[in-house]
Design a protein around this ligand. Structure first.
Ligand code: PTJ
Length: 289
Protein backbone atom coordinates (compact mmCIF):
# COMPACT_ATOMS: atom_id res chain seq x y z
CA UNK A 1 0.00 0.00 0.00
CA UNK A 2 1.34 3.44 -0.90
CA UNK A 3 1.86 5.66 2.15
CA UNK A 4 -0.47 8.65 1.76
CA UNK A 5 0.43 11.67 3.92
CA UNK A 6 -2.57 12.84 5.99
CA UNK A 7 -2.09 16.43 4.86
CA UNK A 8 -2.38 15.54 1.17
CA UNK A 9 -5.20 17.68 -0.27
CA UNK A 10 -6.75 14.58 -1.84
CA UNK A 11 -6.14 12.28 1.13
CA UNK A 12 -9.66 10.75 1.34
CA UNK A 13 -9.83 10.07 -2.36
CA UNK A 14 -6.36 8.50 -2.46
CA UNK A 15 -7.08 6.30 0.56
CA UNK A 16 -10.25 5.08 -1.15
CA UNK A 17 -8.19 4.13 -4.20
CA UNK A 18 -5.84 2.18 -1.95
CA UNK A 19 -8.81 0.35 -0.42
CA UNK A 20 -10.12 -0.64 -3.84
CA UNK A 21 -6.67 -1.79 -4.98
CA UNK A 22 -6.33 -3.81 -1.75
CA UNK A 23 -9.75 -5.31 -2.55
CA UNK A 24 -8.45 -6.47 -5.93
CA UNK A 25 -5.31 -7.90 -4.31
CA UNK A 26 -7.45 -9.85 -1.81
CA UNK A 27 -9.63 -11.27 -4.60
CA UNK A 28 -12.69 -9.34 -3.39
CA UNK A 29 -12.99 -6.60 -5.98
CA UNK A 30 -12.98 -7.20 -9.74
CA UNK A 31 -10.47 -5.38 -11.92
CA UNK A 32 -13.48 -3.74 -13.56
CA UNK A 33 -14.29 -2.42 -10.09
CA UNK A 34 -11.25 -0.14 -10.41
CA UNK A 35 -12.87 1.50 -13.41
CA UNK A 36 -16.18 1.82 -11.60
CA UNK A 37 -14.38 3.55 -8.74
CA UNK A 38 -12.79 6.00 -11.20
CA UNK A 39 -16.20 6.87 -12.59
CA UNK A 40 -17.53 7.33 -9.09
CA UNK A 41 -14.62 9.61 -8.21
CA UNK A 42 -15.36 11.82 -11.20
CA UNK A 43 -19.00 12.21 -10.19
CA UNK A 44 -18.01 12.77 -6.57
CA UNK A 45 -15.79 15.61 -7.73
CA UNK A 46 -18.72 17.16 -9.58
CA UNK A 47 -21.04 16.76 -6.59
CA UNK A 48 -18.43 18.49 -4.40
CA UNK A 49 -17.23 15.46 -2.41
CA UNK A 50 -19.84 16.00 0.30
CA UNK A 51 -23.24 14.65 1.18
CA UNK A 52 -25.72 17.04 -0.36
CA UNK A 53 -28.91 17.66 1.59
CA UNK A 54 -31.14 15.79 -0.82
CA UNK A 55 -28.87 12.73 -0.52
CA UNK A 56 -29.16 12.90 3.25
CA UNK A 57 -32.91 12.99 2.83
CA UNK A 58 -32.78 9.92 0.54
CA UNK A 59 -30.62 8.22 3.20
CA UNK A 60 -33.30 8.95 5.80
CA UNK A 61 -35.97 7.45 3.55
CA UNK A 62 -33.75 4.44 2.94
CA UNK A 63 -33.37 3.88 6.68
CA UNK A 64 -37.15 4.17 7.12
CA UNK A 65 -37.77 1.60 4.39
CA UNK A 66 -35.21 -0.83 5.77
CA UNK A 67 -36.81 -0.59 9.23
CA UNK A 68 -40.31 -1.02 7.81
CA UNK A 69 -39.42 -3.92 5.52
CA UNK A 70 -40.49 -7.44 6.34
CA UNK A 71 -37.59 -8.99 4.46
CA UNK A 72 -34.86 -6.47 3.79
CA UNK A 73 -31.72 -7.66 2.00
CA UNK A 74 -28.42 -5.86 1.47
CA UNK A 75 -26.83 -6.88 -1.82
CA UNK A 76 -23.03 -6.81 -1.67
CA UNK A 77 -20.62 -6.57 -4.59
CA UNK A 78 -16.84 -6.37 -4.78
CA UNK A 79 -16.53 -2.59 -4.49
CA UNK A 80 -18.87 -2.29 -1.52
CA UNK A 81 -17.07 -5.14 0.27
CA UNK A 82 -13.72 -3.40 -0.20
CA UNK A 83 -14.89 0.06 0.85
CA UNK A 84 -17.41 -0.44 3.67
CA UNK A 85 -17.42 -4.06 4.93
CA UNK A 86 -17.88 -3.23 8.63
CA UNK A 87 -20.59 -0.66 7.88
CA UNK A 88 -22.54 -3.14 5.73
CA UNK A 89 -22.51 -5.63 8.61
CA UNK A 90 -23.59 -2.97 11.13
CA UNK A 91 -26.40 -1.75 8.86
CA UNK A 92 -27.62 -5.33 8.44
CA UNK A 93 -27.57 -5.97 12.19
CA UNK A 94 -29.35 -2.72 13.07
CA UNK A 95 -32.12 -3.14 10.49
CA UNK A 96 -32.49 -6.92 10.61
CA UNK A 97 -31.47 -7.18 6.96
CA UNK A 98 -29.83 -10.22 5.41
CA UNK A 99 -26.52 -9.83 3.59
CA UNK A 100 -26.23 -11.46 0.16
CA UNK A 101 -23.26 -11.44 -2.20
CA UNK A 102 -24.38 -10.75 -5.77
CA UNK A 103 -21.79 -10.20 -8.46
CA UNK A 104 -21.65 -9.19 -12.09
CA UNK A 105 -18.18 -10.69 -12.62
CA UNK A 106 -19.08 -13.73 -10.58
CA UNK A 107 -16.65 -16.47 -9.63
CA UNK A 108 -17.00 -18.89 -6.72
CA UNK A 109 -13.65 -17.66 -5.38
CA UNK A 110 -14.82 -14.05 -5.27
CA UNK A 111 -18.13 -14.99 -3.64
CA UNK A 112 -16.22 -16.87 -0.94
CA UNK A 113 -13.67 -14.07 -0.47
CA UNK A 114 -16.44 -11.49 0.01
CA UNK A 115 -18.35 -13.76 2.41
CA UNK A 116 -15.10 -14.19 4.36
CA UNK A 117 -14.50 -10.44 4.47
CA UNK A 118 -18.02 -9.77 5.79
CA UNK A 119 -17.66 -12.52 8.39
CA UNK A 120 -14.26 -11.14 9.43
CA UNK A 121 -16.12 -7.87 10.01
CA UNK A 122 -18.69 -9.47 12.30
CA UNK A 123 -21.38 -10.96 10.01
CA UNK A 124 -22.96 -14.13 11.42
CA UNK A 125 -24.20 -15.39 8.09
CA UNK A 126 -23.95 -14.25 4.50
CA UNK A 127 -26.02 -15.54 1.58
CA UNK A 128 -24.85 -15.88 -2.00
CA UNK A 129 -23.06 -19.19 -2.21
CA UNK A 130 -26.19 -21.16 -3.11
CA UNK A 131 -27.54 -18.66 -5.61
CA UNK A 132 -29.60 -19.87 -8.56
CA UNK A 133 -30.37 -18.02 -11.82
CA UNK A 134 -33.80 -16.84 -10.67
CA UNK A 135 -33.87 -13.33 -12.13
CA UNK A 136 -34.72 -12.77 -15.83
CA UNK A 137 -31.23 -11.56 -16.77
CA UNK A 138 -28.73 -12.97 -19.23
CA UNK A 139 -25.76 -12.50 -16.92
CA UNK A 140 -24.40 -13.62 -13.58
CA UNK A 141 -26.32 -11.05 -11.57
CA UNK A 142 -29.37 -13.23 -12.26
CA UNK A 143 -28.02 -15.60 -9.60
CA UNK A 144 -29.72 -14.91 -6.29
CA UNK A 145 -30.75 -16.99 -3.31
CA UNK A 146 -34.43 -17.87 -3.06
CA UNK A 147 -34.53 -17.04 0.66
CA UNK A 148 -32.58 -13.82 0.09
CA UNK A 149 -32.89 -11.33 -2.76
CA UNK A 150 -35.57 -13.38 -4.54
CA UNK A 151 -37.95 -13.23 -1.56
CA UNK A 152 -36.97 -9.75 -0.34
CA UNK A 153 -39.42 -6.85 -0.22
CA UNK A 154 -36.78 -4.10 0.15
CA UNK A 155 -33.32 -4.42 -1.38
CA UNK A 156 -30.42 -2.12 -0.66
CA UNK A 157 -27.93 -2.10 -3.54
CA UNK A 158 -24.84 -0.08 -2.85
CA UNK A 159 -23.30 0.22 -6.33
CA UNK A 160 -24.92 -1.59 -9.21
CA UNK A 161 -24.74 -1.89 -12.96
CA UNK A 162 -28.25 -0.95 -13.94
CA UNK A 163 -30.35 -3.67 -15.43
CA UNK A 164 -30.77 -5.81 -12.32
CA UNK A 165 -32.08 -2.75 -10.56
CA UNK A 166 -34.81 -2.47 -13.22
CA UNK A 167 -35.62 -6.18 -12.99
CA UNK A 168 -35.99 -5.98 -9.20
CA UNK A 169 -38.26 -2.96 -9.55
CA UNK A 170 -40.32 -4.87 -12.17
CA UNK A 171 -40.66 -7.65 -9.58
CA UNK A 172 -42.37 -5.07 -7.35
CA UNK A 173 -39.50 -4.95 -4.91
CA UNK A 174 -38.49 -1.61 -3.47
CA UNK A 175 -34.94 -0.81 -4.50
CA UNK A 176 -32.62 1.56 -2.68
CA UNK A 177 -29.43 2.32 -4.63
CA UNK A 178 -26.28 4.22 -3.79
CA UNK A 179 -24.70 5.66 -6.92
CA UNK A 180 -22.78 8.88 -7.35
CA UNK A 181 -24.01 9.18 -10.91
CA UNK A 182 -27.54 10.62 -10.93
CA UNK A 183 -27.76 9.88 -14.67
CA UNK A 184 -27.02 6.17 -14.41
CA UNK A 185 -29.65 3.56 -15.22
CA UNK A 186 -29.42 2.42 -11.61
CA UNK A 187 -30.21 5.87 -10.25
CA UNK A 188 -33.02 6.26 -12.75
CA UNK A 189 -34.53 2.83 -12.02
CA UNK A 190 -34.25 2.73 -8.22
CA UNK A 191 -37.12 3.87 -6.01
CA UNK A 192 -34.71 5.60 -3.65
CA UNK A 193 -31.49 6.82 -5.28
CA UNK A 194 -28.83 7.94 -2.85
CA UNK A 195 -26.47 10.13 -4.86
CA UNK A 196 -23.58 9.98 -2.43
CA UNK A 197 -20.31 8.17 -1.91
CA UNK A 198 -20.77 4.79 -0.28
CA UNK A 199 -18.13 5.76 2.26
CA UNK A 200 -20.20 8.74 3.41
CA UNK A 201 -23.67 7.27 2.95
CA UNK A 202 -23.29 4.15 5.09
CA UNK A 203 -21.97 5.87 8.26
CA UNK A 204 -24.69 8.52 7.93
CA UNK A 205 -27.42 5.91 7.64
CA UNK A 206 -26.06 4.00 10.63
CA UNK A 207 -25.98 7.20 12.67
CA UNK A 208 -29.65 7.88 11.88
CA UNK A 209 -30.94 4.49 12.97
CA UNK A 210 -31.33 5.05 16.75
CA UNK A 211 -33.57 8.12 16.14
CA UNK A 212 -35.62 6.32 13.54
CA UNK A 213 -36.04 3.24 15.67
CA UNK A 214 -37.85 5.31 18.28
CA UNK A 215 -40.44 6.42 15.71
CA UNK A 216 -43.76 4.71 15.18
CA UNK A 217 -44.37 2.72 12.00
CA UNK A 218 -46.93 5.34 11.07
CA UNK A 219 -44.31 8.10 11.21
CA UNK A 220 -41.87 6.05 9.16
CA UNK A 221 -44.53 5.46 6.50
CA UNK A 222 -45.24 9.18 6.42
CA UNK A 223 -41.58 9.84 5.61
CA UNK A 224 -41.66 7.26 2.83
CA UNK A 225 -44.95 8.47 1.38
CA UNK A 226 -43.81 12.09 1.23
CA UNK A 227 -40.75 11.12 -0.79
CA UNK A 228 -40.34 11.79 -4.51
CA UNK A 229 -37.21 10.28 -6.04
CA UNK A 230 -37.36 12.59 -9.06
CA UNK A 231 -36.81 15.58 -6.79
CA UNK A 232 -33.66 13.95 -5.39
CA UNK A 233 -32.28 13.24 -8.87
CA UNK A 234 -33.08 16.74 -10.08
CA UNK A 235 -31.37 18.22 -7.03
CA UNK A 236 -28.21 16.17 -7.64
CA UNK A 237 -28.10 17.24 -11.30
CA UNK A 238 -28.74 20.85 -10.29
CA UNK A 239 -25.88 20.66 -7.75
CA UNK A 240 -23.52 19.45 -10.48
CA UNK A 241 -24.66 22.29 -12.77
CA UNK A 242 -24.13 24.85 -10.02
CA UNK A 243 -20.67 23.50 -9.20
CA UNK A 244 -19.69 23.61 -12.86
CA UNK A 245 -20.93 27.20 -13.23
CA UNK A 246 -19.01 28.18 -10.11
CA UNK A 247 -15.82 26.67 -11.51
CA UNK A 248 -16.43 28.29 -14.88
CA UNK A 249 -16.84 31.66 -13.19
CA UNK A 250 -13.67 31.13 -11.20
CA UNK A 251 -11.76 30.42 -14.43
CA UNK A 252 -13.29 33.48 -16.08
CA UNK A 253 -12.52 35.60 -13.01
CA UNK A 254 -16.20 36.45 -12.54
CA UNK A 255 -17.00 37.26 -8.94
CA UNK A 256 -20.15 35.66 -7.72
CA UNK A 257 -22.67 37.38 -5.52
CA UNK A 258 -22.74 35.66 -2.20
CA UNK A 259 -26.14 34.04 -2.31
CA UNK A 260 -25.14 31.37 0.12
CA UNK A 261 -27.31 31.49 3.21
CA UNK A 262 -25.56 31.91 6.53
CA UNK A 263 -25.00 28.38 7.84
CA UNK A 264 -26.56 29.46 11.16
CA UNK A 265 -29.80 30.19 9.32
CA UNK A 266 -29.91 26.91 7.45
CA UNK A 267 -32.24 24.69 9.36
CA UNK A 268 -30.83 21.21 9.34
CA UNK A 269 -33.24 18.71 7.96
CA UNK A 270 -34.54 17.07 11.06
CA UNK A 271 -35.21 13.44 10.70
CA UNK A 272 -38.82 13.68 11.70
CA UNK A 273 -41.91 12.88 9.73
CA UNK A 274 -43.34 16.42 9.86
CA UNK A 275 -40.12 18.01 8.62
CA UNK A 276 -39.66 15.45 5.91
CA UNK A 277 -43.18 16.20 4.71
CA UNK A 278 -42.50 19.90 4.60
CA UNK A 279 -39.23 19.46 2.74
CA UNK A 280 -40.69 17.55 -0.13
CA UNK A 281 -44.43 18.12 -0.43
CA UNK A 282 -44.77 15.74 -3.30
CA UNK A 283 -46.80 12.62 -3.89
CA UNK A 284 -44.99 9.36 -3.57
CA UNK A 285 -43.96 7.53 -6.70
CA UNK A 286 -43.12 4.46 -4.72
CA UNK A 287 -44.97 1.25 -5.22
CA UNK A 288 -46.23 0.60 -1.79
CA UNK A 289 -48.13 -2.63 -1.62
O1 PTJ B 1 -18.22 -6.82 -7.97
P1 PTJ B 1 -18.97 -7.02 -9.27
O2 PTJ B 1 -18.45 -8.21 -10.02
O3 PTJ B 1 -20.45 -7.14 -9.04
O4 PTJ B 1 -18.74 -5.77 -10.21
C1 PTJ B 1 -19.08 -4.55 -9.73
C2 PTJ B 1 -18.89 -3.38 -10.74
C3 PTJ B 1 -18.78 -2.11 -9.93
C4 PTJ B 1 -17.62 -3.60 -11.55
C5 PTJ B 1 -20.09 -3.32 -11.66
O5 PTJ B 1 -21.25 -3.20 -10.88
C6 PTJ B 1 -19.99 -2.19 -12.66
O6 PTJ B 1 -19.45 -2.33 -13.73
O7 PTJ B 1 -20.53 -1.04 -12.25
P2 PTJ B 1 -20.59 0.27 -13.19
O8 PTJ B 1 -21.50 0.03 -14.34
O9 PTJ B 1 -19.21 0.74 -13.47
O10 PTJ B 1 -21.31 1.28 -12.26
C7 PTJ B 1 -20.76 1.70 -11.09
C8 PTJ B 1 -21.50 2.97 -10.64
O11 PTJ B 1 -21.15 3.20 -9.29
C9 PTJ B 1 -21.09 4.21 -11.42
O12 PTJ B 1 -22.26 4.94 -11.76
C10 PTJ B 1 -20.24 5.03 -10.43
O13 PTJ B 1 -20.44 6.40 -10.57
C11 PTJ B 1 -20.75 4.55 -9.10
N1 PTJ B 1 -19.74 4.54 -8.04
C12 PTJ B 1 -18.44 4.12 -8.10
N2 PTJ B 1 -17.84 4.22 -6.91
C13 PTJ B 1 -18.76 4.67 -6.04
C14 PTJ B 1 -19.98 4.88 -6.75
N3 PTJ B 1 -21.08 5.32 -6.14
C15 PTJ B 1 -21.02 5.57 -4.82
N4 PTJ B 1 -19.89 5.40 -4.08
C16 PTJ B 1 -18.75 4.96 -4.65
N5 PTJ B 1 -17.66 4.80 -3.91
Amino acid sequence: MTEIPKNHPRYESLITREQIVAGVDKGITSRQGLLAQGRGEAFDYLIGERTIESAEYAEAVAVSLLLLAEKPVISVNGNAAALVPAELVTLAKLTGALLEVNLFHRTDERVKAIMGELKANGADSVLGENAEPLLPLEHERSKVERSGIYDADVIFVPLEDGDRCQVLADMKKLVIAVDLNPLSRTSQAAHVSIVDNLKRALPKMIEMIPDFRSMTEEDLWEIVEAYDNKVILIDAIETIKENLTKKQNEVLGIEEENNEPDPKDVKKMERKAEIARKVMMRGSDLIME
